[in-house]
Design a protein around this ligand. Structure first.
Ligand code: ADP
Ligand code: ZN
Length: 794
């Protein structure tokens, strides 16, 4: 009898193991979607093994049918999912949920349509206004639940549970309608929406810009227009009035952009050296890993593109991972220019269907290069010989929900299995990579010079405590004020960076010290002046900004710490003629906002005020001044990587200055002697790494030990504590790791759940995983009052 193993395509802790079925005469491969009996029902399942033979008398249930839909994953995807399940201690089903695109699974879906054209928010005050706005302004054609749950703007309005509740409330109010339908990946033929110009005209600057954009490339995908900064609303209006025509075409006909010839320059000697070493590794066709440590502006992207060209010429394929935020049109463009329609750029403006289609094109062998964020590491490309991870130190490569995998670890496993080359690029490598390179466990390529031969900006540290003593109580030091005025006079651009990690402009009563906090989470509420609300950045609870203190009734409640809004206001007050733009999570709620602000800044802006978003991927020649408003904010967050992150951030931001003309950076701080600040100002990565590694070694932190965070979460504070104590006791008695805690998480209560954490440090991660699997997971399964959350290599 021929058999296969299948795993139900539902995430349930009860059915988390594959079961063996009689394959009958079906021809089944890994990743095929089938129907099988499970208990007394029929479920959709994935094939997770090859065929085997067992004696004919085995009592196995037969597979009901093979669905006529594309494979949900390939052998590589399954291999990586197994790796994730083993390494990150989750179920195979959890791991596969990262690999399988939801569009690949046939299922019943709920979609929602508006019944009224104008919402009446006063009828459902518990639903955040931003969510209502999103649904009524941006989703005129209705929406699927999954799409909503993934939408970045919606996610800011609450977690999964909260969003489901909100949608339910809207349905109950009678203003939204629920529709159920069966979605089958095969039955909908894939189409891309593209835009063509028509005769009509349209008023408004935005609309005219859109028409010009489409005129330049008739047939341009709608998603590209959105990425370029045009909103859904503007596009919809242009189509409605007949100024543009929207057609649906097959994706092969959607790419109409001309490719631009190769870069008009030849490699610098450092780039040439890097490429020849890469060549040798590629030729060897065995697994290799290398770190490209190149200062900002050293031309790493050029190295990636040239290396990939060689791979493709030889018949191989490549994957490039980029951090979410840098998936701007400029980055995508450089790869599209080089590889034309053989590249699939998986950017955030793609719908799940479009993503799925790109995946299918990969499986059919039509794609040579995939560029995308974290999950592109699973792209079903065959014969991947090179995997590049740009800005490999970025935190966005670690998924912060189950499965909590790190794309660098998964990429390493993928290249190891495929005998390929893993390239990690960064101006500020993670200390893990750097230490591995120092010990020759991976290769190191160093690019010390900027490709454009422009020196690194000179960086000046300003001690804010001294400024204060000298009587300057404003946000800007004397040095920054003067430098800013100078740039405005010369018509050069300035970037002002406001670190928001750990500081969110909360309110504090100067009289009694009262701080408004979220009623559901243990965090202070952040003030959003332009909307007049206090908001919880975790659960989106909102309330009006109070005029007086609730505790002592004095009118002395003020904002503490500075946000981008304050800084932008101050610039405008000091220099009324300056054109100031702001980029942060409030001004970039929709896909394309990012690009929109950048192009406005490029065309006519003087000063760009922003959060971490301005630190990356911004390459404007005329920026000659970068000001870091308060550099030490991020130093005080309770995270052993606080110094490393601050160093990386300050280095990145300062690197934005002087890319074409000599530039300057001014770093304001209350900790002028902190290594993260001193070394970043001196462009001295090695110096910082030495100091920080010594500290990590003596305090037993990665990369010298491996960490696992074990969290216990419960509605009841006592139950969370008691269960955490139980786990800690078991782990202490078994040995294999240093057991710290349990102690409350830095945020001890989130969404009305209490959270306790045990920190495990070990030199033998594999043995520790075994212990957790054998002794902790079974205890957790049997406890209904608490949830266990494991984070390996946090
Ligand atoms: P990085 O990613 O290392 O910060 P980029 O790849 O963005 O650097 O390159 C920085 C700038 O240098 C870009 O404008 C790029 O066009 C330019 N550049 C790259 N390589 C060369 C070269 N060999 N000669 C001249 N300019 C180069
Ligand atoms: Zn909250």
């Amino acid at each position: 009898m021929r058999t296969i193993d299948a795993l139900a395509a539902i995430r349930s802790s009860r059915f988390d193991l594959p079961l063996t079925y009689d394959a009958r005469d079906l021809d089944l491969r890994v990743g095929d979607v089938i129907r099988v009996p499970l208990g007394n029902r029929e479920v959709i399942a994935f094939v997770v093994s090859g065929m085997s033979e067992v004696p004919a008398d085995a009592k196995l249930k037969p597979v009901t049918e093979k669905l006529d839909v594309p494979r949900a994953f390939d052998e590589t995807g399954l291999h990586l999912a197994r790796f994730i399940a083993e390494y990150y201690l989750c179920t195979l089903g959890d791991a596969l949920s990262a690999v399988v695109l939801s569009a690949a699974v046939p299922r019943m879906v709920d979609s929602f349509a508006r019944i009224v054209t104008q919402p009446n928010p006063q009828r459902y005050p518990s639903v955040p206004a931003r969510l209502v706005r999103l649904i009524w302004d941006d989703m005129p054609e209705g929406f699927g639940l999954e799409a909503l749950l993934r939408h970045p703007e919606a996610r800011r309005a609450g977690d999964r549970g909260a969003l489901l509740r909100h949608v339910q409330t809207l349905v109950k109010s009678g203003e939204l309608r629920r529709e159920r339908r069966f979605v089958d990946p095969k039955t909908q033929e894939y189409r891309v929406r593209v835009l063509y110009p028509r005769d009509g005209t349209l008023r408004g600057a935005k609309a005219r810009a859109l028409l010009a954009f489409v005129n330049e490339a008739p047939g341009v995908p709608r998603a590209d227009a959105i990425l370029a900064g045009f909103s859904n609303a503007v596009i919809a209006r242009a189509v409605k009035t007949g100024a543009l025509e929207e057609r649906e075409v097959s994706p092969a006909h959607a790419r109409t952009r001309k490719t631009i010839p190769d870069a008009p320059f030849s490699a610098t000697s450092e780039q040439a050296d890097a490429l020849s070493r890469i060549d040798r590794w590629l030729e060897a066709r065995t697994f290799a890993e290398a770190l490209i440590h190149g200062v900002t502006g050293s031309g790493k992207t050029y190295v990636y593109v040239e290396a990939i060209k060689r791979v493709v010429r030889e018949g191989g394929r490549a994957i490039v991972l980029v951090p979410e935020i840098s998936l701007t049109p400029q980055t995508a463009r450089r790869f599209e220019d080089a590889f034309g329609d053989r590249v699939a750029v998986l950017h955030s403006a793609l719908s799940e269907r479009e993503r799925f289609e790109a995946w299918q094109a990969c499986m059919r062998g039509e794609i040579d290069v995939v560029v995308g964020a974290r999950s592109a590491v699973f792209a079903p490309l065959r014969d991947v010989r090179l995997l590049v991870i740009d800005e490999a130190h970025e935190t966005s490569y670690k998924q912060d929900t189950v499965p909590r995998y790190h794309a660098v670890a998964v990429a390493r496993e993928r290249m190891r299995a495929a005998n390929g080359l893993l390239l990690l690029g960064s101006a500020t490598p993670s200390l893990e990579s750097y230490e591995a390179a120092r010990r020759d466990r991976i290769a190191l390529i160093t690019l010390k010079e900027r490709a454009t031969a422009q020196p690194m900006p000179s960086v000046k540290i300003v001690d804010l405590a001294k400024e204060f003593e000298a009587g300057n109580k404003r946000i800007f030091s004397t040095a920054l004020t003067e430098a800013l005025a100078d740039r405005l006079e010369r018509g050069e651009k300035t970037v002002l960076f406001v670190n928001r990690r750990g500081s969110a402009g909360f309110l504090l009563c100067r009289t009694c010290g009262f701080v408004p906090v979220c009623p559901r989470c243990d965090v202070s509420l952040a003030a959003h002046r332009s909307e007049g609300v206090l908001r919880c950045h975790y659960c989106d609870h909102q309330q009006a900004i109070p005029v007086s203190c609730r505790s002592c009734s004095m009118p002395t409640i003020r904002e503490f710490g500075v946000g981008t809004e304050r800084v932008a206001e101050d610039v405008a007050r000091l220099y009324p003629s300056a054109r100031v733009l702001r980029m942060d999570s409030d001004t970039t709620t929709r896909v394309g906002d990012h690009a929109r602000i950048l192009s406005a800044f490029e065309e006519a802006g003087d000063v760009l005020v922003g959060t971490q978003m301005v630190a990356k991927g911004l390459d404007f020649p005329t920026v000659t001044l970068v000001g870091v408003v308060a550099a030490d904010v991020g130093l005080h967050v309770p995270d052993f990587r606080a110094a490393e992150r601050t160093f990386a951030l300050i280095s990145q931001v300062c690197g934005r200055s002087g890319r074409a003309r000599p530039g300057e950076a001014i770093v304001q701080t209350y900790s002028p002697a902190h290594p993260a600040i001193v070394f970043s100002a001196a462009h001295d990565y090695e110096g910082f790494a030495e100091t920080e590694l010594a500290e990590r070694r003596s305090l037993h932190y990665p990369p010298f030990v491996r960490l696992v965070y074990l969290g216990v979460i419960s509605r009841s504070r006592q139950k969370a504590s008691a269960q955490a104590e139980r786990y800690a006791g078991v782990l202490r008695s078994l040995g294999g790791a240093d057991v710290l805690g349990p102690a409350p998480y830095p945020i001890a209560r989130l969404n009305n759940e209490w959270r306790m954490r045990i920190v495990l440090k070990t030199l033998k991660p594999k043995a520790l995983r075994e212990i957790l699997r054998k002794h902790i997971l079974p205890l957790a399964r049997n406890d209904r009052d608490t949830r266990l959350s494991l984070n390996v290599d946090p």
